[in-house]
Design a protein around this ligand. Sequence first.
Ligand code: UDX
Length: 445
Amino acid sequence: MKQIAVVGVGYVGLVTAACFADLGNKVIALDIDEGRIARLKRGEMPIYEPGLEELVRRNVHAGRLAFTTSYREALDGTEFAFIAVGTPEGVDGEADLRYVEAAAKTIAETMREPLIVINKSTVPVGTGDWVSNIIRQHQREEVPFSVVSCPEFLREGSAISDFMNPHRVVLGSTDKDAAEKVAQLHLPLRAPIIVTDLRTAEMIKYASNAFLATKISFINEIANICEALGANVEEVAVGMGYDPRIGPLFLKAGLGYGGSCFPKDVKALAHMAKEKGRHPQLLHAVMEINADRRKMVVERVTELLGGSLEGKTIGMLGLAFKPNTDDMRESPAIDIAAGLQEGGATVRAYDPIAMENARAIMPGVNMCSDPYALATDSDALIIVTDWNEFKQLDLERIRGLMREPVVFDGRNIYDPAVMCRLGFRYRSIGRDDTCDCDQPAEEEA
Ligand code: UDX
């Protein structure tokens, strides 16, 4: 059993704290947000993540996990301090490091015993060295410390199982002893552990996310070409995926990537490259293709409705950037709704859990109580998020409730043949879904 402090109880921090506690360690999780800590002490989660509430409750109850706003309380007797604070996007796409800086300073001012500071936040390459300097400069007395980079690769919605079953653990440090101790903490996870220098570890995180984003933009570009040439992108992806050099994952064409990581990290990597005089042309193409996905939806729906959105009511099924999360950060839904509204449409939406978060950032979008209320008198529905509960809707009933039977399926959750049979004017991503019963919108109007 080790004693661990985790600074920042956002997504990464809270999952890290709860999981290390569950592995038998004593963990004190700290945040400067008093309200958030008070709520956690009452057992209320600040984010939606399947299994997290239960995990936190169990470990608090067992005395292995506690919450505090006091650095003194968190650091006394602690050998490891994880920094897991937010690194929001700065004005030029660079990562904003003010929270990392504040955490490093306060750790330096508070620590009285040797400490290994482990950076989990996604930070620009070189930040580990910068954090070392901050700690050195702000220590009140000289106490030994080391900085280790340990990037997270957690996916929202499956963060706990990703933490407990990582594909790899990456550790970056020039202090081999410190890296070895952090490696020991991760041993129960039985994953390959890669030990490298600080900058390389930081780069592994950016390169991994940029590569995954590239895969997504790649398959979205292929989807566009499939549409033009009459091929089926779903089957193309399956056919490609059997080649182990390509792999089957992250080849799902759709509305592009969103969320708290990919958009921010690709932008930040491009920014870092540009600052050093490099021209990251592939990263720019990845971002451009991603942005175009959102415009494409608005154009396609406009087309399906006969060329104009004026006076139309459009329902969005799903708002979150992906299923099983209430996270609206960089969700395609935001730009799509804005584009539809700009075209003169009234926009309404339903999402199983993201509606509350969405309300604050999507003014003018009416939230509906369920998919059937959403469909009632709508001129078109757009599948934005592939929630499981949308896959088995009573589509016949939906069809009957809608003013016009138009469905744009941004996630390919329905079968074109079935949708055709049910009488929908249905379009999806990267497959030929023209149907015998298709009528031009003008003729139907
Ligand atoms: C991602 C990384 O997977 C994780 O390793 C990293 O630490 C944080 O960023 P997350 O943002 O939770 O995790 O979501 P993920 O499941 O990876 O999906 C990201 C986005 O890509 C979503 O918008 C999703 O809809 C989209 N996506 C994913 C596709 O469009 N197609 C795919 O094939 C896969």
